[in-house]
Design a protein around this ligand. Sequence first.
Ligand code: CTP
Length: 129
Amino acid sequence: MKRVITFGTFDVFHIGHLLILERAASLGDHLVVGVSTDALNFSKKSRLPIYPEDERITLIRALRCVDEAFYEESLEAKADYVRQYGADVLVMGDDWEGRFDFLKDLCEVVYLPRTPSISTTALIEKIRR
Ligand code: CTP
């Protein structure tokens, strides 16, 4: 069985999120998703996500293409998560191109193209305006 892992905040769930998860799932037999915690987001962006972590992970777990989800507590722990969940493939959006190549000894690393013209940040801006 080929196990795939991917990570993200998945705040204000949108089509770009669904498409990358479906494409990640299609690369193996089992998809595990690391959903970043509110604290991790706050430390990274100095703001909390719109949806709290328990709602974000509940939405992710409800998706047909997702087999398992856990809280990602540290951006530096990717290697530990890959080992812990026995992942054969790490999938990241191509906004991260090259940044996780150091994990190639541990698993296959695949960067998938982002869906154009949509992001959580752009949606929040649009709603604000
Ligand atoms: N993603 C994607 N296409 C988009 C937006 C996101 O494929 N248009 C992917 C990212 O590459 C990542 C995953 O969805 O692998 C989760 O991304 P996340 O950062 O949570 O979403 P964004 O919409 O990019 O959020 P933000 O604008 O806050 O950065």
